[in-house]
Design a protein around this ligand. Sequence first.
Ligand SMILES: [Ca+2]
Ligand SMILES: [Ca+2]
Ligand SMILES: [Ca+2]
Length: 253
Amino acid sequence: MLLYAMLLSNVLGSDVVFTEIMYDPASPEKNGEAEWVEIANLSGKPVAMKDWALDDEDPGDWGRFSATLEPGQVAVLINADATTEEEFLAAWTDPDDEPRFLIIPVSWASLANRPTADNEVLQLLNTDGDVVAEANYRQDEGWPASDRSGGSIYMKIPDASRMNQGDAWARSRAGVDDARACTPGGVFSRPDVGSPGTIPSGGSTTNPATPAPRAPSAPKPAPAPAPKAPADSTTPAEPESPPAPPEDDDIPY
Ligand SMILES: [Ca+2]
Ligand SMILES: [Ca+2]
Ligand SMILES: [Ca+2]
């Protein structure tokens, strides 16, 4: 029965989970310049992400990437078309600290600022194109409402089985769960708020600040099959961000 149910699902279980999504930064964007997406390996073994890709429900391709995530390690995928690892580090990390997370620049396709059930369906694809992680985030059904604050959304307790449940996510607030405002510079020109590189502890893994050798972990329960997304939707593609009314320049700080 379980096997049958798993075969029905088009989302494979994965040890790599979306843990934070910066889709509506305070920094101005036309094509998602200051956006980023955080992922984490919640398992006790390394995950080789060879030719993996971010994707959404639109036809455009996001670029592929390859990296290995150690147990508990966090990575931040950034917009390779608009920024650099150095610029991201300058904005988001303390120059006195050695960053302990990976930064992976990838070719970007942008994330809508007013997400709905149809847009965005953020996915992580493996080398075969299988969906290994999905977060169909939106503004209702328990997902954090959009508020133009420049804060990302993040999983309060990272957990693969709850990745697609809105109430497992919260809007980042400076001072809560490691979130802070970035230091404006480059495309990160406003004080966006998030916690790139760290995930709340107390979930399926401890904060992986130091990817030290781990004790063998208890057997993981099989991931619950995620709700099946409509197979290859025939919905006509729509622009990532409809020509938005001016909205980035009137935010009080
Ligand atoms: Ca956006
Ligand atoms: Ca989309
Ligand atoms: Ca984070």
